[in-house]
Design a protein around this ligand. Sequence first.
Ligand SMILES: C[S@@+](CC[C@H](N)C(=O)[O-])C[C@H]1O[C@@H](n2cnc3c(N)ncnc32)[C@H](O)[C@@H]1O
Length: 271
Amino acid sequence: MAAEKVHLTKEKATLLATLYGRALDARSPEPILGDDMAVQAIERIDHDFTETGITRRSAASVAFRARFMDEWATGFLAAHPDAVVLHLGCGLDTRVHRLDPPPTVDWYDVDYPDVVELRRRLFPQRPGYTMIGSSVTDLAWLDQVPGDGRQVLVIAEGLFYYLDEAGGRELVRRIVDRFAGGQLVFDALSRLGLRLQVLNTPVRRAKARMHWAVDGPEHLLSIHPKLRCVTMLSALDLTGPGLPPGFRAAARLMKLVPGMARAAAFYRLEF
Ligand SMILES: C[S@@+](CC[C@H](N)C(=O)[O-])C[C@H]1O[C@@H](n2cnc3c(N)ncnc32)[C@H](O)[C@@H]1O
């Protein structure tokens, strides 16, 4: 099979870092996520992935975040096996294959057109699965998704900070208006978290710019009166098997710094 060339820049290039992180994890002796399709994908892409700046240690964090969001999504789909899933800013994440939902779930992977074109060449089709090539904030893409009274699960991993705030808020508002109910699961950075991104090597190397800061749930609940916050979990409070050695001790120290607990967090909103 011919090697795929990639010409991705800025925020699109960050998907190469997370893909490589999941592949390195899968190749490690004790994988956290075990995403073998990520390994197959990097083997087909003609690119020096070491340029992303991802190391074994940061790969573990990428895999840990993905597994954590997989667990939230799995819980939702077990309760709503006929849900619509909007996986926004999907990049080259193989989540639909990892979770392997029943064909009663309608799953939409959405990212920029050139990213989705590459996705189509790398990953197989499956029943109930649609890829949409569009900016998530060009809201015409939502017309392709039936808002037919079913529950919706919106997953946005590593996305919201790349959106401009007005566009991101309008996207959330339109989704809440379109569906009968559902959940939004995503990670977000506070203003402090955005400032600290100068220390994030993969983001710096991709020359990606971050715009939208979320300082806490109240910032999001004001988008729509139907929204409630189910969970806000600091990235420093993550637990579970596979946490890098020393993570807990370092996290305890970092939480002594004012604002650090909210710098990077996982949110689960419901409506
Ligand atoms: C850090 S990557 C995360 C990719 C994937 N969620 C993962 O975890 O591997 C950020 C992704 O957001 C996408 N993205 C950023 N802004 C976007 C927008 N306005 N519309 C669609 N996708 C966007 C990028 O193309 C990229 O795939």
